[in-house]
Ligand binder design. Structure first.
Ligand SMILES: NC(=O)c1ccc[n+]([C@@H]2O[C@H](COP(=O)([O-])OP(=O)(O)OC[C@H]3O[C@@H](n4cnc5c(N)ncnc54)[C@H](O)[C@@H]3O)[C@@H](O)[C@H]2O)c1
Length: 318
């Protein structure tokens, strides 16, 4: 595998800025590009905040957090054009808007300007690499490197290639993310939404359906998840939880639960969003948000994530 020293972050919104902080924290030179007005300022502000999270997570702290942030930021360079940002990048993490027309144009430009053997990983939440790589130069090095928000904290990265991707680049991307301490999974077949987003959206579909049908409130759904199955899901996933659902393991649990669960599945309906439903669900959500007063929800989430990540490491959870 070609040595990776310089990482380019293309698109520096929510996901790109978080990735930038992550790669900087691993000691890389990071170049960045985003065409938005104020993109450079927004990126630097966000990266500063995320670096403080990463400082807190680090096992050894040999300097103060202020020094850490200012020293690390020196390795970040923002460019006013795409070509300069990618011209000598060894690894490119792309985080542009989730629109196939835009991604296709972006990849056509990207691949004309970066070294021909640099790995290009897309953060796309649901687009297929086969569609993205269609009009590119050297499409064999384009892979999916789909993170979970916020990527500077959450370890999961979903990896798959498209029809034109070569297996060695998929392998190298997997090795690279693993080396950086991420938890990649290798997806075997291209499906819309990959794996983790399909799982999430299955839950969201039912969460929206139940509230739309007046079964319970948005607040009830959130309480049911975070005080019930969600607590277990942060420890083990659906398979290991099913293994533990019966003293004789997975098969016995499925024999016990399988039939009622099949009936629940048969009772679940396709759910289609409309403006009216979004209005109603938003109203419900804002009532819950209001009840929480002036709590900074993003800060709370990230602090809880930091503790949870430390706990997962301490207990060596899979
Ligand atoms: N938000 C999430 O929870 C999440 C999670 C995982 C993956 N993703 C994926 O990450 C990608 C980015 O999502 P986001 O949430 O950061 O969106 P965002 O809107 O916050 O950021 C997108 C950025 O791309 C920039 N951009 C627009 N045109 C561009 C171009 N031609 N070249 C480079 N940059 C351009 C925009 O100015 C913007 O800053 C999407 O593919 C999305 O599916 C999002």
């Amino acid at each position: 595998m070609k040595p990776i020293n310089k990482v380019a972050i293309i698109g520096t919104g929510v996901i790109g800025a978080s990735w930038a902080a992550f790669y900087l924290s691993k000691g890389f030179q990071v170049s960045a590009f985003d065409p938005a007005v104020d993109a450079e300022l927004n990126l630097k502000n966000r990266v500063q905040t995320y670096l403080l999270d990463l400082f807190e997570l680090a096992e050894e702290q040999t300097t103060s957090s202020d020094h850490y942030v200012s020293d690390t930021l020196k390795n970040l360079t923002f460019y006013q054009n795409l070509a300069d940002a990618v011209k000598d990048a060894d690894f490119i993490q792309e985080n542009g808007p989730e629109r196939i027309d835009l991604k296709k144009d972006l990849y056509a430009q990207l691949t004309q300007n970066c070294p021909k053997d640099s790995i290009i990983a897309s953060s796309s939440s649901g687009l297929k690499i086969s569609d993205i790589q269609h009009d590119c130069l050297y499409p064999e090095r384009i892979v999916l490197g789909h993170p979970f928000n916020p990527p500077h904290l959450l370890p999961l990265v979903e990896i798959i290639g498209g029809e034109k991707t070569q297996a060695n680049y998929i392998h190298d991307a997997f090795e690279f993310y693993t080396f950086l301490g991420k938890k990649p999974i290798l997806i075997q077949k291209e499906v819309k939404g990959h794996v983790a987003n399909r799982l999430q959206s299955a839950i969201w579909r039912e969460a929206f359906y139940l509230v739309s049908e007046g079964v319970c409130s948005a607040e009830d759904i959130d309480i049911a998840i975070t005080n019930g199955p969600g607590l277990r899901w942060a420890i083990f996933g659906p398979y290991l939880n099913m293994q533990l659902a019966n003293q004789h393991g997975f098969k016995a649990a499925m024999h016990h639960l399988g039939e009622p669960m099949s009936e629940w599945w048969a009772d679940m309906h396709p759910y289609t969003l409309s403006e009216e439903k979004i209005e109603m669900l938003n109203e419900e959500t804002q009532q819950f948000v209001k009840k929480l007063g002036d709590k900074n929800l993003q800060l709370l989430r990230d602090q809880a994530l930091l503790r949870s990540l430390k706990m997962r490491k301490e207990l060596d959870l899979p």
